[in-house]
Design a binder for this molecule. Structure first.
Ligand SMILES: [Zn+2]
Length: 279
């Protein structure tokens, strides 16, 4: 990775940390801040101006946290009894989600389209895919997308022992943290197969369960026009759209996005990512 890319990621991470730092408890959902990527929080009011210029050595004596917003601990994630199906619809917000990747054949093309229209989306990645394609996680971080946890190997969790479910989730959060820069705050069960253990373990790992409202069924390769039609017909305030960027030939999913994304934007939808808000 180029040095300037690292710096960009670092800045993005710091901006994210600042947002979280200003947080308190009580997780709530809110649509993302906008189509153009996260904006950094204003500087903390708490840092008093220095009375005289500091010598370089003096900086090292000061705790870094003294300059930033307070680092409060985010509140506990609630244990849900069912996954969230949509986001609060204050405004015509639509969330696009892409599951099972990242895949070097399709994910970059999806990212290109999202970048072209300056919108952000969610990628529910599988750990084993992420491990093979770390640069794609880095790119998602750079471009302001949200990465969620979709387990390591995409198993049917309801058939697994609790210990195995935990391992599937935890390893994936670890690899996401390593290459994306922060641990996922969202979890989606493969096949939408949730049970109590998935809610409890997800919450323990700080993740909210997010399902979807509109299923494009793109994995059945029904034809690009069918996928486009399902998104355009299903669009409504707060809708979460499910598509895939891996797991088979996803050319149709890639092409469909190029068609329905401008349609959604022209129809006045705000295509964005949900944000975990700590009030
Ligand atoms: Zn999946």
């Amino acid at each position: 990775m180029q040095k300037d890319q690292l710096l960009t990621r670092r800045r993005a991470l710091l901006a994210g940390a600042a947002t979280l730092g200003a947080a308190g408890i009580a997780a709530a959902l809110a649509p993302g801040a906008g189509n153009r990527g996260a904006t950094a929080s204003p500087p903390a009011a708490g840092a008093p101006p220095a009375r005289r210029p500091l010598r370089p050595s003096e900086y090292r004596l000061r705790p870094l946290t003294g300059y930033g917003p307070p680092r409060t601990t985010p509140g506990r994630t609630p244990v849900r009894e069912e996954p969230l199906l949509k986001v609060p619809d204050n405004g015509r917000t639509v969330v696009l989600t892409f599951d099972d990747g990242p895949d070097p054949r399709y994910t970059p093309r999806i990212l290109d389209t999202l970048a072209r229209y300056e919108v952000r989306a969610m990628f529910f990645v599988c750990g084993e895919m992420a491990e093979y394609n770390p640069h794609l996680l880095a790119r998602m971080a750079d471009e302001g997308h949200v990465v969620g946890n979709h387990t390591w190997t995409h198993p049917l969790l309801t058939k697994l022992r609790r210990r195995t479910i935990r391992s599937e989730m935890e390893r994936t959060s670890d690899v996401v943290e390593k290459h994306y820069g922060s641990r996922p705050e969202w979890f989606r069960a493969p096949y939408g197969a949730w049970n109590r253990a998935t809610f409890e373990l997800g919450a323990e790992l700080g993740m909210e369960p997010l399902a979807w409202t509109v299923d494009t069924l793109d994995w059945t390769e029904p034809g690009t026009r069918t996928i486009v039609g399902r998104v355009e017909d299903g669009a409504a305030p707060g809708v979460v759209v499910l598509s895939h960027d891996a797991g088979g030939d996803r050319s149709q999913s890639v092409k469909a996005l190029r068609s329905y994304l401008p349609f959604l934007l022209d129809s006045g939808y705000h295509v964005t990512v949900p944000r975990r808000e700590y009030v």
